[in-house]
Design a protein around this ligand. Structure first.
Ligand SMILES: CC(C)(COP(=O)([O-])OP(=O)([O-])OC[C@H]1O[C@@H](n2cnc3c(N)ncnc32)[C@H](O)[C@@H]1OP(=O)([O-])[O-])[C@@H](O)C(=O)NCCC(=O)NCCSC(=O)C[C@@](C)(O)CC(=O)[O-]
Length: 369
């Protein structure tokens, strides 16, 4: 480490945000190591974060983003989407991304898992074309991922309202579920892949409003689990979710028999409620949360929706509560700073901006001393 880097680290440790980690922590180191204090963060920046960008982002930038994220301690990264390029042009080079990830293992302290969306057999078969060229380069759900062989996951995506299903998938919910049954079965039968199943607009729909029926969400979730999905990711696509409604939804799912360990929360931060709702879900016992570096993102079929809760904000929030994310906050702040500059977007992470500001002040102090 250079003298400058050492100095900058020492100064950073004196910043209020760095000290506060200890002040707020509610768990001992021993507790933090136990599974109840461990949270899994799923980084969705390369897919959800970029899919809505109008300007074509070069393949090299997408790959560099994934490579940088892989070095931060994040272990699950949503890397692309096998959807129609007419519908979402930005995701067109997902085959090349998958190809690259299988050709050469990324540098990472931990084994990685990459996730790709596929709404139908056409998308899944496009992914299979790449997999068949690299049959021994990925771990299946029966063999844990290693540094040499990353894990792979396919994600299907249903909606909790008919209007959103039609806008996003061009079909009603029942038709989408029958397609997902085929995708889930083929993903498992052909390559033993783990499958995540999103349900969008669970706490508010851009076309039908706030009153999304939690019982309908619970029904769709149990259908998807019965089809063989390994995880249900509950999408607050519009960010309209509030703390009481998040609680009501999770209670409803629990009553329907959905286990906390099978649920992930995917909060967008459009109304600034994502971390409040995260706290409610954490208290309920959920331990898997999606986030997007720099708060990038939005859904092309949810007008006005902004990005997911920022990874930097999520890491800071969790770690100050005493939870263990395994993610290096400084490293992820660097990635957020880099990618937002690279694609010329505002950095939407409050923590990212605060840390960058603290660093600048520390550097100025260091230069004066
Ligand atoms: C589902 C479809 C494809 C139906 O679209 P469609 O037009 O009804 O499909 P189709 O079966 O009638 O086929 C039309 C053409 O598309 C092709 N096609 C058909 N399927 C594929 C495919 N998979 N990949 C590539 N091409 C495909 C097909 O081959 C054909 O090509 P043509 O004969 O005209 O040349 C379309 O509606 C679609 O791609 N939708 C995706 C929309 C999307 O990606 N939304 C964003 C992701 S979801 C999200 O962001 C929410 C989430 C997950 O983050 C959670 C949250 O926040 O809530």
């Amino acid at each position: 480490m250079t003298r400058y880097a050492l100095l900058s680290r020492r100064l950073l440790a004196r910043q209020p945000w760095a000290r506060s980690r200890r002040t707020f922590a509610t768990a001992s180191d021993q507790q933090r190591a136990s599974s109840d204090y461990r949270v899994k963060l799923v980084e969705v920046g390369p897919r959800d974060g970029l899919q809505n960008e109008k300007r074509t982002i070069p393949l090299a930038t997408k790959l560099e983003l994934i490579e940088r994220l892989a070095k931060t301690g994040l272990t699950t990264i949503e890397a692309g989407s096998f959807v129609s390029p007419k519908w979402v042009p930005q995701m067109e080079n997902s085959s090349e991304i998958l190809q690259h990830l299988l050709q050469k293992p990324l540098l990472s302290a931990n084994p990685l898992t990459f996730s790709f969306l596929a709404p139908n057999l056409k998308g899944l078969n496009n992914a299979f074309t790449v997999l068949s060229q690299h049959p021994d380069s990925f771990a299946t759900e029966n063999t844990p991922p290693t540094k040499e062989k990353p894990g792979l996951e396919i994600a299907v995506f249903a909606a909790a309202t008919e209007s959103f299903s039609r806008k996003n998938l061009n079909c009603d919910i029942a038709t989408s579920l029958s397609r997902f049954r085929e995708v889930i079965q083929a993903a498992k039968d052909t390559h033993s892949l783990r499958v995540r199943a999103y349900i969008s607009v669970v706490l508010g729909c851009p076309f039908e409003g706030y009153d999304v029926d939690p019982h309908r969400v619970a029904q769709i979730a149990t259908d998807l689990l019965e089809m063989g999905a390994d995880e249900i990711a509950l999408g607050d696509t519009t960010g309209m979710g509030t703390a009481p409604r998040t609680k009501e939804l999770l209670n409803c799912l629990a009553k329907a028999g959905v286990r906390n360990e099978d649920v992930a929360m995917h909060f967008h931060n459009t109304y600034g409620q994502a971390l409040v709702n995260t706290a409610v879900a954490l208290e309920h016992g959920i331990r898997t949360f999606d986030c997007s570096v720099g708060g990038l993102g939005g859904c092309p079929y949810s007008p006005g929706a902004t990005g997911n809760v920022a990874t930097e904000d999520m890491v800071y929030f969790m770690e100050t509560l005493g939870m263990n994310t395994g993610v290096d906050l400084d490293a992820v702040v660097d990635v957020g700073d880099w990618i937002t500059k690279e694609i010329e977007k505002d950095n939407a992470s409050a923590v990212g901006k605060a840390v960058l500001g603290a660093r600048k002040r520390a550097e100025a102090e260091g230069a004066k001393a």
